[in-house]
Write a protein that binds this ligand. Structure first.
Ligand SMILES: Cc1ncc(COP(=O)(O)O)c(C=O)c1O
Length: 410
């Protein structure tokens, strides 16, 4: 029989928009012994995780818990639980993940209406509000940080506008949570979906979400308790249209995360340890200092890339602080540069999707990967690789420019 070697993944410097490097304390947390999912010690950890998620999302919502699965499981759980067939959903799209919201909403039976921005830009909030007044949707779903284009959509005015019009606002903050301000309550966001593998620096496999009582009211109208769990007197039929997915049904998930602990899935113990540890570390650093750290390293990276003579992609006024997109210089094979960075330096940067494929590189400065060592290594390595590819770069300037940014900080 074939034998297989020991698992020994190479250490990497991961400068992509996710997944990024994981804090060793999170990896250690994942190696602790399993607890039963109804063990009071474990349910205590679940409750602590909910408390910490409320801080992370800057909310007083009762409901703040992770969905097991990658970030799109959180998105799909919210959309599938909230959207009833025929509901009109407005989706402003400015990149690949806006299209993902469309894909999912469509499968939920929504009547989807979209407005689109050229990639590299975001919407003026007034454009979205105008579309709301034209279309009268029940729900608006939008991405906060679009990793495909490295742009960030201002949200602070949208929540109040939705509230005035009795529209539910659902936000994909997968790429921003833990690295950039996301003020759930102040901005009046009804449901927010976060990601673990980006600015939180926890492996992929859970999606923290939060939602308020406006969302809960809609979900509860569709609630159905599983056969095998309900007592005989309970009505099996939900007054609204039953949520199609069992696994991603928020009405059942919230029962599982409530003191009732109604049995649903088997919680992913090691992932919960990881998330709890990642949240503990983020809150220990403090949200504001953490956001400032992300801004500092972005500044150093941008200064270095500019000094090298590279051109940036997209409108600078809406640049995402945790993702930097650069245009691949004319005549350079972007994939060859990425391969050399990985093979020779152990550094990973990202390519891009759809219309931007082969045109830009995307560099993430997220979570544990967002540090001075990584930024300086990447700048030095990228310069060397580009020279190797005979690109016209200003040799010797990039690392110096980044060092200047760091020196100004002292
Ligand atoms: C903005 C955004 N939304 C959603 C997703 C989907 O996340 P996942 O791949 O974890 O399902 C991603 C992943 O890159 C993302 O960047």
């Amino acid at each position: 029989m074939k034998t297989y070697g020991d698992l020994s993944p190479s250490p990497r410097t991961i400068m992509t928009p996710g997944p990024v490097e994981v804090d060793p304390r999170v990896l250690r947390a994942m190696s602790f012994p399993i607890l039963g999912q109804f063990d009071p010690e474990f349910t205590g950890l679940m409750n602590e995780t909910m408390e910490m998620l409320r801080h992370l999302f800057q909310t007083h919502n009762q409901w703040a818990y992770p969905v097991d699965g990658t970030s799109r499981s959180g998105i799909e759980a919210v959309l599938t639980s909230v959207i009833e067939p025929g509901d009109k959903v407005l989706i402003p799209i400015y990149g690949r993940f806006g299209y993902l919201l469309w894909e999912i909403a469509e499968r939920c039976g929504a009547e989807v209406v979209t407005i689109e921005k050229e990639w590299g830009q975001v919407f003026d909030p007034r454009e979205i509000i105008e579309a709301m007044d034209r279309e009268h949707p029940a729900i608006v779903a939008i991405v906060h940080g679009e990793t495909s284009t490295g742009r960030i959509q201002p949200l602070s005015e949208l929540g109040a506008a939705c509230r005035e019009r009795d529209i539910l606002l659902i936000v994909d903050a997968v790429a921003t949570i833990g690295g950039v301000e996301v003020k759930t309550d102040e901005w009046m966001l009804d449901a927010v979906i976060g990601g673990t593998q980006k600015c939180l620096s926890v492996p992929s496999g859970m999606s923290p979400i939060t939602y308020n009582d406006r969302i809960e009211a809609k979900v509860l109208r569709r609630k159905k308790i599983e056969r095998g769990l309900r007592d005989k007197s309970a009505s099996p039929a939900a007054p609204g249209r039953t949520i199609q997915s069992n696994y991603l049904d928020l009405s059942q998930l919230q029962d599982y995360w409530s003191p009732a602990r109604l049995n649903h899935h088997t919680e992913a113990t090691s992932m919960l340890y990881a998330l709890r540890e990642g949240l503990r570390i983020a809150l220990l650093e403090g949200l504001e200092p953490r956001f400032r750290r992300h801004l500092l390293h972005e500044r150093a990276l941008v200064a270095g890339l500019a000094a090298m003579g590279l051109d940036f992609y997209g409108d600078p006024d809406c640049k995402m602080p945790v993702v930097t997109c650069i245009e691949i210089p004319a005549g350079i094979d972007g994939e060859s540069v990425r391969s050399m960075l990985l093979e020779q330096f152990g550094i990973e940067i990202a390519s891009s999707f759809g219309p931007l494929k082969g045109k830009i590189w995307r560099i993430g400065t997220m979570g544990y990967s967002c540090n001075k060592k990584n930024v300086l290594h990447l700048l030095g390595a990228l310069e060397a690789v580009l020279i190797r590819h005979r690109a016209d770069v200003h040799a010797g300037s990039a690392v110096q420019a980044a060092l200047d940014v760091y020196a100004d900080q002292l």
